[in-house]
Each structure stands twice: as structure tokens, then as C-alpha cells.
Design a protein around this ligand. Structure first.
Ligand SMILES: [Mg+2]
Length: 120
């Protein structure tokens, strides 16, 4: 079972993603609510994939991507973006994120992105 770390400062967003992922056979290995916690949990949990929010307190998603890619150049990270965050999506992709999904999430699009990223 593939292990996923879900990162978002909004608890209901994490809940929504966890629902989609767990009912489709993925294991939620951990959650983080800011970028710094995401980096720490990536280090301790070694997930197969990370879903990463962009706007969070303490450390934003783009910086968390940079730090995780420094720890593990093969890290697989999907950005969770909202309308109007194109600049940060581009920065995240340049920092090594593999793909992005847009809120509000559509289940099929989430699963397609995860399958594609895990297979890459
Ligand atoms: Mg947020």
C-alpha cells in the first residue's frame, strides 16, 4: 500500500483528501499543517508521496518542497493549489514538485495525478 503524507493547514482539506485517498487504497501515513512540520514528517515517515498545500503559516508549501527535495531528490510531491496561485505553482514545479491539483478537489483528478506521479 502506498504511503501518503497529507499537508494542509485547513483540517477540512486534509479530511477531504484523506477520505478520497483511503477509500481508494492509499495509506495516510501522516498529516502536517505547515511546511516545517511537513519537512520533519517527510524525514521521519519516508512517504511514497506528499500532497502539499501552498499557503500555510510558519513555512509555505514552496519552501517545504525545496527542503524536502534537498533531503530526497526523488521525493514525489503534488501541489494543492487554489485559483490565483499560478505563480507559486510554477515556482513549486521548478523546485521539483511533479504536478498540481486545484481546489475544490475532483476525486478523479486527484487520483489521476497520484497514479501518474507514483508511476513516474
Ligand atoms: Mg492553506
Amino acid at each position: 500500500m502506498k504511503k501518503i503524507l497529507v499537508v494542509d493547514d485547513a483540517a477540512f482539506m486534509r479530511l477531504m483528501l484523506k477520505g478520497i485517498l483511503s477509500k481508494n487504497g492509499y495509506e495516510i501515513v501522516g498529516e502536517a499543517e505547515n511546511g516545517q512540520e511537513a519537512v520533519e514528517k517527510y524525514r521521519s515517515l519516508s512517504p511514497d508521496l506528499v500532497t502539499m498545500d501552498i499557503t500555510m503559516p510558519i513555512m509555505e508549501g514552496v519552501e517545504a518542497v525545496r527542503q524536502i527535495k534537498k533531503l530526497d531528490p526523488n521525493a514525489k510531491i503534488i501541489m494543492c493549489s487554489a485559483m490565483g496561485q499560478q505563480t507559486m505553482v510554477v515556482e513549486s514545479l521548478q523546485a521539483g514538485a511533479k504536478d498540481f491539483i486545484v481546489k475544490p478537489f475532483q476525486e478523479e483528478r486527484v487520483l489521476e495525478s497520484i497514479r501518474k506521479t507514483l508511476g513516474a
